[in-house]
Ligand binder design. Structure first.
Ligand code: NI
Length: 251
């Protein structure tokens, strides 16, 4: 019924992956997409996707890795994306939250992975933090590439720019936070442009904020959307799952 389009399921954070996945199933989460975005987590997420039928992965180097990723790493990445459980490249993008010191390296890594997505006809998962203008500028260089704006934060206008470029908007636990502006934004962009995500183990929805997140909390986010759009939980599940299956070609 629900798909978590973005989570991190590293063994550093979860002792018992079988338990996590059975709790997911109990809560109606059919499929999850793990994001492997460092060298170690790429290896680990690929391994998990091989072991579990309903676990898919996107892989790609996070902007925080920009100063350490080598050309050999990127070559290996382009081999790995041919694995049948890989449904996209990401999370990739720009993060200026801790400063712009390595902005050039971040942009270069971002562009190289956008080129890879274009060559291999894969969607991308975008991480953009305090870097909206530069992110949009680079995405515009690749009009044929589409994807998911993971953990969207920004204005309605920004969301609409991404949507006009063929991107879906990833909405997670932040929607449930007290002072979040996301309820107003999601209402204006419509459910047809939204993907459900947790970004677990981070960004746990209320009332569990501060605890470790898990895909099993997806229904809390879906319930909030159901309230905003005044539709049933089932309808939220159907529409967002359709959006996810269509974008990532899940099968
Ligand atoms: Ni993430």
């Amino acid at each position: 019924m629900f798909i978590d389009t973005h989570c991190h399921l590293s063994s550093d954070d979860y002792d018992d992956i079988d338990l996590v996945l059975s709790e997911n199933a109990d809560n109606g989460i059919d499929k999850i997409i793990i994001s492997g975005c460092t060298k170690e987590s790429i290896v680990e997420s690929l391994k998990l996707s091989k072991s579990y039928k309903n676990v898919f992965v996107t892989i790609g180097y996070h902007p925080s890795e920009a100063s350490i990723v080598t050309d050999a790493d990127l070559k290996k990445l382009e081999e790995d994306i041919h694995n049948s459980k890989v449904v996209g490249i990401g999370e990739i993008g720009l993060d200026y939250h801790y400063g712009k010191k390595n902005m050039k390296e971040q942009k270069s890594l971002f562009r190289k992975q956008m080129e890879m997505a274009l060559r291999n006809k894969l969607p991308v998962v975008i991480h953009s933090r305090d870097a909206t203008q530069d992110t949009i500028e680079i995405l515009k260089e690749f009009p044929e590439v589409v994807g998911d704006i993971h953990c969207f934060s920004g204005s309605v206008e920004t969301a609409l720019i991404y949507i006009s470029m063929g991107y879906k908007i990833g909405i997670g636990g932040v929607l449930t936070f007290k002072n979040s502006n996301l309820p107003t934004i999601v209402k204006k962009i419509g459910l047809e442009n939204i993907l459900l995500e947790t970004d677990a183990p981070y960004l746990t929805p209320e009332p569990f904020r501060g605890k470790k997140n898990s895909s099993k909390y997806i229904p809390i986010i879906a319930k909030k959307l159901a309230d905003i759009f005044q539709i049933s939980l089932d309808e939220v599940g159907k529409t967002t799952s359709f959006n996810s299956i269509h974008l990532f070609d899940l099968r």
